[in-house]
Design a protein around this ligand. Structure first.
Ligand code: ATP
Ligand code: MG
Length: 249
């Protein structure tokens, strides 16, 4: 078996008496989309927080391409190559699409970024940003203000920002949330190709997107992984139907 890109080993996190994640071991392999599904409150976002470093684990380990990241914070993990996407707040609404990608590529977000405006004249940075916009299919929007974009276009823009940092793995928490049918379709097409750049850990409630994209699916219920398998295996699992999917399978 190929070595995993991202792996968690027995991750645990409690909030008081509640075990939000309970001995979670999953991995993401080269070029795959591994979806995590499960009911509301199952611990999916908690797990994402533990993987990205925003939430300290009670116990367990996280590795990226063999590097142990246990105990490190978000900045170290982002630099190591964990590409967390879809944090809307990172976009500067009054700036153009191109400026956002350029600033994002410099890893600048929130208030101090304006001091980096001179960087916007950097030719290499601009080329890199334009390539990322072309990759996600919104090169023609480069001079629009972010505030003018649709929700779906912003998701594509955030993906472009993430791409400029050349992550080793993408980690996405409900990227389809709030998108209409066209937006979901465009993002599904993009993610389908994106796994060639880096594999994706995808938390998603939209089962059409999950079934269309996932190479493997893990089902999280009350903090525990109850099943991991191919889409066909998960659809056929009685335990998964009982716990989560019901008629959707
Ligand atoms: N900071 C916190 N303090 C206390 N309890 C928390 C905290 N964060 C999450 N929880 C609880 O942990 C459990 C798991 O929450 P989590 O957000 O990880 O679920 P989820 O699977 O992402 O749900 P959803 O599908 O609704 O996004 C829930 O019962 C939630 O109320
Ligand atoms: Mg969540």
């Amino acid at each position: 078996m190929t070595d995993p890109v991202l792996a968690t080993y027995n991750l645990n996190k409690s909030f008081g008496a509640l075990k939000a994640t309970d001995d979670v071991s999953i991995d993401v392999r080269p070029r795959e989309i591994h979806a995590i599904i499960g009911p509301n409150g199952a611990g999916k976002s908690t797990l994402i927080g533990q993987i990205c470093g925003g939430l300290a684990s009670d116990s367990g380990r996280v590795t990226l391409a063999g590097q142990d990241l246990t105990g490190t914070g978000t900045a170290v993990r982002a630099k190591a190559g964990i590409g967390r996407t879809f944090q809307i707040s990172q976009l500067a609404m009054d700036d153009t699409v191109l400026q956002n990608v350029m600033l994002g590529a410099l890893n600048i977000s929130s208030s101090p970024w304006r001091f980096f405006r001179p960087a916007l004249a950097d030719r290499d940075l601009r080329d890199k940003a334009e390539a990322a916009l072309a990759r996600v299919g919104i090169a023609d929007l480069d001079h629009m203000q972010v505030a003018e974009l649709s929700h779906g276009q912003r998701r594509l823009l955030e993906t472009a920002v993430a791409l400029t940092r050349a992550p080793k793995v993408f980690v996405m928490d409900e990227p389809m949330a709030g998108l209409g049918a066209d937006g979901s379709k465009a993002l599904t097409t993009l993610l389908d190709g994106l796994r060639q750049e880096a594999p994706i850990l995808l938390v998603e409630h939209d089962m059409d997107a999950v079934f269309a994209l996932a190479d493997r699916i893990s089902v999280l219920v009350y903090g525990k992984i109850i099943a991991t398998g191919t889409t066909a295996q998960i659809r056929a699992s009685q335990a998964v139907r009982d716990a989560y999917l019901g008629d959707e399978a």
